[in-house]
Design a protein around this ligand. Structure first.
Ligand code: CUA
Length: 354
């Protein structure tokens, strides 16, 4: 997808850092992950959640109004161009010059004002509708924290923490289920954007923003950070995985388990606990309680590594631990300079964190 678009954009792609191209790339990357991760295209015209549906309605209205204006203006322009074109028998005299027409001037002032007024009112109503929605008592509450450059998802009521993917229950007509998000930042400004679920909302240091989603279809929706937050901002991808209620309960129960300590991987465990890994990562039920990097308690339950940079396979995991910079240059995880043996051991240990 990306290479296809790159070809189509041609010279625009190369060297240009115009907002348009950046916006295009960001939008496209929202629908694609990096090498090896199956491509999923995010379709902004197919909203899957209430706020996205409401926004989509406004967008279609604005598009329809603009299309109408385009047809009227374009049609009149085409008509006059053809009707009053230069003809062979023209005598070359100027046509009558007319100045001032109250009717015309009123029309082209009042009609646009009315159009803009309608769009403003409809947009304001939708914004108020989305922002003022109170959380129902059975809503799921998730705190999303933006980090350079990954997402942390905390479920305070459920006592679990995840990274780079949010799992939420589906909402059905018989059982509506809203998920309310509390958005925070650990460092710089980020922006939460999963186009098929809701509009963008920024995550700003020392401030709490809120939004909500109501996904109506089981499956995975892709999103990404939509506010430039430094090198590798483009690799700050997010997956929202929507489950049937039973499935969601199973996921919660599995995530609530502490990490299992398997005897045969004690060597890798020792490497992990005697290097700086523990300063940045948490593995529940152990002394590793760092919060700078993602919680690794259930690392292997996730689809991707490094916020969507690579699929979560043993090979990619090994490459990542060996030197994160080769996969994601500028990542804040350092190269730990482990030997090949230590790498094998630590990866064997990490693979048990299911
Ligand atoms: Cu986080 Cu861009």
């Amino acid at each position: 997808m990306r290479s296809r678009m790159r070809n189509r954009l041609g010279p625009l792609w190369h060297g240009s850092t115009s907002t348009l191209v950046l916006a295009l790339e960001t939008t496209l990357l929202a629908g694609t992950a990096s090498a090896g991760v199956p491509e999923q295209v995010t379709n902004i015209f197919k909203p899957l959640s209430t706020p996205a549906e409401l926004i989509s309605e406004v967008a279609w209205l604005a598009l329809a109004v603009c299309a109408g204006i385009f047809l009227v203006v374009g049609g009149l322009l085409a008509y006059t161009t053809v009707r009053f074109r230069r003809r062979a028998q023209d005598d070359g005299a100027e046509p009558p010059q007319i100045y001032g027409s109250n009717q015309l001037e009123l029309a082209w002032t009042v009609i646009p004002i009315l159009i803009v007024l309608v769009l403003v009112l409809v947009t304001a109503r939708t914004i108020a509708d989305v922002q003022n929605r109170p959380a129902p008592p059975d809503a799921l509450h998730v705190t999303v924290v933006g980090h350079q450059r990954w997402w942390e998802g905390r479920y305070p009521a459920l006592g679990l923490v995840t990274a780079n993917e949010l799992h939420v229950p589906v909402s059905t007509a018989s059982r509506r289920q809203l998920t309310f998000l509390r958005l925070e930042s650990a460092d710089v400004a980020h922006s939460f954007w999963v186009p098929q679920l809701a509009g963008k909302t920024d995550l700003i240091p020392n401030r709490v923003n809120r939004m909500w989603i109501e996904p109506k279809q089981v499956g995975t929706s892709l999103g990404n950070c939509a506010e430039y937050c430094g090198t590798q901002h483009a690799r700050m991808l997010l997956r929202v995985i929507v489950h049937e209620p039973d499935d969601f309960a199973r996921w919660v129960a599995a995530q609530q388990q502490p990490a299992v300590a398997e005897a045969q991987v004690h060597a890798g465990r020792d490497v992990f606990f005697t290097t700086s890994c523990v300063n940045c990562h948490t593995i529940s039920g152990t002394t590793a309680q760092g919060t700078f990097g993602p919680d690794l308690t259930h690392l292997m339950s996730r689809d991707t590594l490094a916020a969507g940079t690579a699929p979560n396979t043993p090979d990619a995991l090994r490459a990542w631990v060996r030197d994160p910079q080769t996969l994601k240059e500028g990542a804040l995880m350092p190269n730990m300079q482990l030997s090949e043996t230590e790498l094998d051991q630590i990866v064997a240990y990490l693979l048990t964190l299911k």
